[in-house]
Design a protein around this ligand. Structure first.
Ligand code: B12
Ligand code: SF4
Ligand code: SF4
Length: 378
């Protein structure tokens, strides 16, 4: 079999099926990454969403028998909405980060990887292939970097000269010894804009993140968010793009190649108040197809409450009082108490004072007291 020819055919085919960049690398262990992962773990900088088994993360041969190559793919996503919706006084909106616009990218990339796999199998029926995107063991970025898709930026993202960093990544581990591509040279240079732009100081230094402080991570947790970090979330209800919007390489980059990735502005930038009253079914109907719904309704509701506090939206007081009085989740109740304190006004103060009398949950009580203090400071 002429694997060089097959590689050329695969590259040509990838363009037909909606892959924007493809690269090939060896299936050698990721030795530098291994040390990095151990260090990140020691420092407590990991998010906990990563595959916990470091050996599997860095050793393709633990994932596929006798692997000979890894094919990395990138799919570019839009940076701007074609249809704009405005966040107005009394009708405030939250924002999902760009990586959660349009259809959940896991489906989109799995579809592309499946097509590539089928193509390979049509030529090499006994090939062994293992696809993965995001939830797999490998570091999609480390694979992409080594396969020459882009360089690893100081903001941690893989940056392509063509599409910037607004790309999703996925890969196929294969048993075919494809010729490998060469990595791209780091082009960050002396620039430091992403580190300066990070609202929480989560980027410790170029290429190193403390995920526990990253807003993207915080918006995906299920617990109460620490006060100091709550203040920084703004109106982000899922994910964060600040270290990418600050990046000069992304300037003017806005690609609309894939109609499945086109955002519906009512979903990607939704009105905040209705989110607080949504049933599980309503939530699933509205947000079920986007990547940002993977943790369920409550984290998005908690983030919507924080966003309303950020806007000091007085018109949201009735909804927030209802959460404080009727919600079961202590996280939502507590966050609503804090938000009522931030917004101020008499109705908010009255609701907090009432709740202080009957609330039995310690965590919620703490937030009520905090809310009362904030409210009285106004
Ligand atoms: C856990 C995770 C997170 C965590 C932690 C992020 C992080 N930076 O580690 C949180 C929840 C914070 C997160 C946020 C985001 N994520 Co995320 N996430 C992942 C996941 C599941 C694992 C990442 C991981 O293992 N991190 C551990 C670090 C140590 O390794 P790494 O970043 O993968 O690899 C690099 C470093 O190890 C570095 N490195 C290795 N050795 C050394 C040594 C030195 C000295 C240095 C400087 C660097 C260095 O080089 C590697 C290659 O770049 C991947 C999917 C996957 N399976 O890989 C998606 C993934 C990385 N996320 C992705 C995206 C889109 C995001 C967000 C942009 C989403 C958003 N808008 O909110 C943000 C960006 C935040 C940021 N600045 O990184 C994309 C990245 C696409 C791209 N262009 O790079 C991925 C690949 C998902 C996908 N398949 O498309 N994410
Ligand atoms: S995603 Fe936001 S919080 Fe996380 S590192 Fe980038 S700018 Fe900082
Ligand atoms: S903002 Fe500057 S330093 Fe950060 S990733 Fe982009 S080019 Fe690199």
């Amino acid at each position: 079999m002429d694997f060089r020819k097959l590689k050329e055919e695969l590259i040509a085919y990838s363009k037909v099926i909606g892959i924007d960049k493809i690269g090939f690398t060896t299936a050698d262990p990721f030795t530098e990454l291994k040390n990095r992962l151990i260090r990140q773990q020691e420092l407590g900088y990991q998010s906990g969403f990563e595959e916990p088994d470091i050996a599997k993360r860095v050793t393709p041969s633990l994932l596929l028998d006798d692997p000979r190559s890894i094919i990395s793919i990138a799919v570019a996503y839009p940076a701007k909405m074609k249809i704009r919706v405005e966040s107005k006084k009394g009708e405030r909106r939250g924002i999902f980060s760009r990586a959660s616009w349009g259809m959940d990218y896991h489906h989109v990339l799995r579809d592309r990887l499946k097509k590539l796999e089928e193509f390979i199998l049509s030529q090499v029926p006994d090939a062994r292939i293992k696809p993965m995107v995001d939830t797999g063991e490998l570091s999609d970025r480390a694979v992409a970097e080594r396969a020459g898709i882009g360089w690893s930026g100081k903001n941690c993202s893989i940056i392509t000269p063509e599409f910037g960093s607004y790309i999703y990544l996925g890969e196929l581990i294969t048993s075919i010894p494809f010729e490998h591509d060469t990595p791209i040279e780091d082009q960050c240079g002396t620039c430091n804009k992403c580190i300066e732009a990070c609202p929480t100081g989560a980027l410790i230094q170029g290429g190193q993140i403390n995920a526990q402080r990253c807003i993207s991570f915080l918006t995906q947790t299920k617990e109460m968010i620490p006060d100091e970090l709550r203040e920084k979330i703004g109106n982000r209800i899922y994910g964060c793009d600040s270290c990418q919007t600050a990046c000069p390489v992304n300037k003017g980059k806005d690609f609309h190649f894939h109609k499945e990735l086109e955002p519906d502005p009512e979903i990607a930038k939704p009105l905040l108040k209705p989110i607080l009253k949504m049933s599980n079914r309503e939530f699933k109907n509205k947000f079920g197809t986007v990547a940002g719904s993977w943790r369920g309704k409550k984290p998005i509701q908690r983030n919507a409450i924080i966003a309303l506090a950020h806007f000091k939206d007085e018109t949201a007081i009735p909804e927030l009082v209802e959460v404080l009085q009727k919600e079961v989740s202590p996280v939502l109740k507590g966050t609503a108490a804090w938000a009522l304190g931030k917004i101020g006004k008499e109705a908010a103060l009255n609701a907090l004072e009432q709740a202080k009398e009957y609330e039995t949950d310690v965590e919620v009580q703490n937030e009520i007291i905090k809310g009362l203090t904030l409210n009285k400071e106004k």
